[in-house]
Design a binder for this molecule. Structure first.
Ligand SMILES: Nc1ncnc2c1ncn2[C@@H]1O[C@H](COP(=O)(O)OP(=O)(O)OP(=O)(O)O)[C@@H](O)[C@H]1O
Ligand SMILES: [Mg+2]
Length: 388
């Protein structure tokens, strides 16, 4: 797989034309880095771009101006990301850090029927304990944030980073799961106002709650019941937004970028991601292979090792020969890695259809400031064949 002129243009088009770009992939492959790079490139090309980051490394957060917990989009001063003034005036870059708890809080405040209702939920013990930690909440809040930015942010490019989730693509299922929860019978009973609830709640539900109380404590159950009741009237809003998010994800203006490293375990996971996306009727539009080792020529490692072997028995200048032999062995090791990486990547080819493939080399340093982000952007969007 090499980067061709066509695929380069395809990656450029993605950043020029799409409204939402979702960067997904397994843990540690470079999703957060890629999301920041894509947003930066969008801004450099004149778009009003925002990147939604999740748990960025501290130094990257600092570079993006996210040193305080901020889940509202903050514009980054142009002089920081465009020091030479090359970008068109329309280009703007903002960033935010997804904070599950405060996104959830704001969602409640904005959608509650009254201040009292909002207060009731925000002060509820169950809510306070679970709102940041509930399984799938982070995925769901990422989607809520996407919806909010899409509806009211005024951005024309929203780049979304995704959490390093154990279950691939949990965020795609998050809206559906919420709708399923809202439709659940026990949930519906719990949501009913107290008196109606007492009338309708079947003996079975009461018995169920009693059993649960014995296991997790009456207080907790009361908190949970109070929590769901407090949601009365807000349910439809959640349902509507969940549907809107689903529609947005499937919209042709949304693109999925799959990020992977060329290591075997990462490529295996990338295959699984690609497969899950297909199962969700989504297409991988670009595959970014991050941290690729250089090819260093095309000589076979065996040949290089044979040369090293020959040098070791060279008696003319044993010391120099040994040093050279070590270099050949080193080169052979690099060739092994490069060949291995390319072999692993081959196994992805049949899973990604006609997706654009682009490569980012293993850099000697972490990517945490605008110089480094710009360097990666140049490799992805400007440089010709960098696959080596
Ligand atoms: N091409 C590269 N060369 C060298 N270092 C890189 C490269 N790309 C990313 N990194 C570094 O690797 C680390 C992990 O990258 P990043 O945080 O983007 O991964 P992630 O997929 O978001 O991880 P997580 O799944 O934990 O959220 C960071 O320190 C980043 O600076
Ligand atoms: Mg990350």
């Amino acid at each position: 797989m090499t980067v061709t002129a066509t695929s380069e243009r395809a990656l450029d088009q993605l950043v020029d034309q799409r409204r939402v770009v979702i960067c997904c992939g397994s843990g540690g492959v470079g999703k957060t880095t890629t999301a920041a790079v894509v947003a930066l490139e969008g801004a450099r090309r004149g778009r009003n771009a925002v990147v939604v980051t999740i748990d960025p490394a501290k130094r990257l957060a600092n570079a993006l101006g996210l040193d305080h917990l901020s889940d509202t989009a903050t514009e980054i001063d142009r002089s920081r990301w465009d020091p030479n003034g090359d970008a068109p005036p329309s280009g703007r870059l903002s960033a935010l850090m997804l904070d599950t708890k405060s996104t959830f809080d704001r969602l409640i405040t904005r959608n509650a029927g009254s201040d009292d209702q909002a207060q009731g939920i925000l002060e509820n013990r169950f809510y306070r304990n679970v709102s940041g930690a509930l399984g799938g909440t982070q995925e769901y809040m990422a989607m809520e944030k996407l919806h909010e930015l899409h509806e009211e942010g005024g951005f024309d490019l929203i780049v979304v980073d995704t959490p390093p989730t154990r279950h691939a693509l949990d965020f795609l299922d998050a809206p559906k799961r919420l709708i399923r929860l809202l439709d659940n019978r026990i949930f519906r009973l719990l949501m009913m106002p107290t008196r109606a609830y007492l009338r309708v709640a079947s003996v079975a539900v009461q018995a169920f709650l009693r059993t649960v109380s014995r296991v997790i404590g009456t207080e907790v159950v009361e908190d949970v019941v109070a929590f769901f009741r407090a949601f009365e009237g807000m349910e439809q809003g959640f349902r509507d937004r969940a549907r809107a998010v689903e529609a947005l994800i499937s919209d042709p203006s949304t693109a999925f970028v799959l990020v992977t490293s060329p290591r075997r375990d990462a490529v295996d996971e990338a295959r699984y991601f690609a497969q899950s996306l297909t199962a969700h009727h989504q297409t991988v539009e670009a595959l970014i292979v991050n941290r690729v080792h250089p090819a260093f020529g095309d000589e076979a490692p065996e040949g290089l090792r044979a040369r090293a072997e020959g040098l070791r028995s060279d008696t003319r200048d044993p010391e120099a020969a040994a040093r050279l032999a070590a270099l050949y062995e080193n080169l052979a090791d690099f060739r092994d890695i490069a060949i291995g990486e390319r072999t692993h990547l081959e196994s992805l080819r049949d899973r990604i259809g006609s997706a654009t493939v682009a490569y980012v080399p293993f850099l000697a340093h972490d990517v945490y400031d605008f110089d480094a982000l710009g360097e990666v952007a140049n490799l992805l969007f400007v440089a010709s064949d960098n696959a080596g």
